[in-house]
Write a protein of this length. Structure first.
Length: 541
């Protein structure tokens, strides 16, 4: 006579005696899926992994997991455009996790407590990096951790590249840049400032370098000719922002016209506002098509920056600009209307994009330069010249601090493999953890922790940091809002709901396993998993 099932007796032997597992046509399996925040991160961070430690209050452990991918979290926590938060599944429940704010908190904690990074034993290999911006610093960090000796040649007087010379201080205080660079230098990276590379081949041979990474930022401005504009009245955005690092910034006059619609144009206009000018942004497309981040456009407008969308500068007089009104055609492109307006302007600043200077590569064999001034690289980020790699603004693609940092890490892995005579193979990527796999009702509603913002009057008059950081309490609450999409976080739901006692606890941190002798494939565990970490698959027994 068969025993009664476990659901009635709570005796685990009853399921085995009744051969419960033989009833099964489907079986549950534990899976790991790629969190959407991880997928969206240009720097390649395992965001969910470091949030897991942060939500336990293990901040140093969280920081150490974070810097396995990104050596500058205090910087990224301020300037990254946080596509991870746009992708965050939590945003479909209430508000996305404020990942950038938690990252900034961890970075600031590391600076406050002086946390340092260990390195592997020396390999005897030497690597030259040209450029001390985000891509070059990232590559130097990762290569040094791997045990290689790294020397950076930087043409400027200070380290940071566009982080220092392109991002205003109200967004990224310079002491934060210096602190994170100091940690990288403390690892053993040699940085030679005021050292412009004129003859790359000679520099490589003289230094005895075994590999080279080119990470020259986009410092050359794209210019256009505007009839009637005196050269003294026209600046480019890169030069203007760079000059802000000197004791003698430009004298702009009261009325400043910024020509462009990207993030650099916004930075220029907001900087001009803080210098006491009255800036206006002129852009030939509409606000929807402007590439600038919408939140920064809104902040600029709040600070007093004016916008003239769908306008193109055609000529200039002594203190006025003539602009033609544009309209969008059926293909969504701006076209002239023949209608003109005038805008008063003492200074015109062109913010039409930048490109990297590749002139020092003319004599290097195998280098292929594209029409847009970028360098062609293969899947290993190596140029056509053996041992010469490139990344950041020098290669095709998006230009941002986060993307450049990701390039540095990726290049370091390939350079390390090259130096060891192997090939780096990227591990396979798990399927994406989509929102439809989650059981949202298991998660408590929790509002996003808001970062304090400097009062408007002070924002308009000073270069103090505009956005404040989270404290230990709010950082903890924010980290705990993570849903752990697609990856088991040992909530015990599957263990609790299984009617056949088929779920086995493997101990803290080791998750669970299924005893298929007991499991009848009912699927309750998969249905009730909050984070979608269980799949039901056909049992082919």
């Amino acid at each position: 006579m068969n025993r009664k099932p476990f659901a009635i007796t709570l005796d685990p032997n009853s399921s085995l005696a009744n051969h419960t597992g033989n009833w099964r046509t489907m079986k549950p399996v534990y899976v790991d899926r790629l969190p959407p925040c991880n997928q969206a991160c240009p720097a390649g961070e395992n965001i969910q992994a470091w949030l897991y430690h942060a939500e336990e209050g293990a901040y140093e452990e969280a920081w150490r997991r974070l810097i396995e991918d990104n050596p500058m979290p205090a910087i990224h926590g301020r300037v990254c455009y946080h596509p991870c938060e746009t992708a965050c599944n939590r945003g479909q429940l209430d508000e996305a996790v404020s990942i950038r704010a938690v990252e900034r908190f961890l970075g600031d904690q590391a600076i406050l407590h002086g946390w340092q990074v260990p390195c592997a034993p020396p390999t005897g290999k030497r690597v030259l990096i040209v450029g001390a911006g985000p891509s070059g610093l990232s590559a130097a960090y990762h290569l040094t951790r791997m045990g290689h000796a790294v020397t950076i040649h930087e043409a400027a007087a200070k380290v940071g590249g566009m982080m220092r010379y392109g991002i205003p201080a109200y967004r990224l205080p310079r002491n934060i840049v210096e602190a994170e660079v100091a940690r990288i230098e403390a690892m053993g990276v040699t940085i030679r400032l005021n050292t412009r590379v004129e003859d790359l081949d000679a520099t490589i041979k003289t230094g005895g370098f075994h590999a080279t990474f080119l990470a020259v930022g986009a410092h050359l401005a794209r210019r256009i000719d505007i009839p009637g504009v005196d050269a003294k009245r026209m600046l480019d955005a890169a030069t203007f922002l760079s000059r802000m690092e000197s004791p003698f910034p430009y004298k702009l006059g009261r009325r400043v016209a910024v020509y462009g619609g990207g993030n650099t144009a916004i930075d220029v206009a907001r900087t001009a506002e803080r210098l006491g000018a009255e800036p206006v942004i002129i852009y030939r497309r509409d606000a929807v098509q402007a590439p600038a981040f919408k939140e920064e456009v809104a902040e600029a407008a709040e600070e007093g920056v004016r916008f003239h969308w769908l306008r193109a500068i055609t000529k200039a007089d002594h203190d006025k600009l003539t602009v033609e009104v544009m309209e969008m055609d059926e293909q969504g492109k701006p076209k002239p209307t023949g209608r003109f307006e005038t805008i008063e302007a003492d200074t015109v600043i062109l913010a039409l994009g930048q490109k990297a200077d590749t002139g020092f590569l003319r004599n290097i064999q195998g280098i292929r330069v594209s029409d847009d001034g970028t360098i062609e690289v293969d899947e290993c980020m190596m140029t056509g010249h053996p041992g010469l790699f490139a990344g950041g603004d020098m290669v095709p693609g998006e230009q941002s601090v986060s993307m450049a940092t990701g390039h540095g890490k990726r290049a370091a892995r390939h350079i390390d493999a090259y130096l060891r005579g192997t090939l780096y193979v990227k591990p396979p990527v798990h399927p994406l953890a989509t929102f439809d796999r989650l059981n949202g009702w298991y998660y408590t509603d929790a509002e996003q922790s808001k970062q304090p913002i400097l009062a408007l009057a002070r924002r308009r008059a000073t270069f103090e940091e505009m956005v404040g950081g989270l404290d230990a309490g709010t950082a903890l609450l924010e980290a705990r809002r993570c849903l752990s999409c697609g990856n088991c976080f040992e909530c015990d739901n599957c263990y609790a709901v299984c009617p056949d006692n088929a779920v086995i606890k493997l101990g803290a941190g080791n998750r669970f396993a299924f005893n298929y002798d007991y499991c009848k494939g009912c699927g309750l565990c998969a249905e009730e998993c909050p984070c979608g970490a269980i799949d039901m698959v056909k049992d082919l027994k």
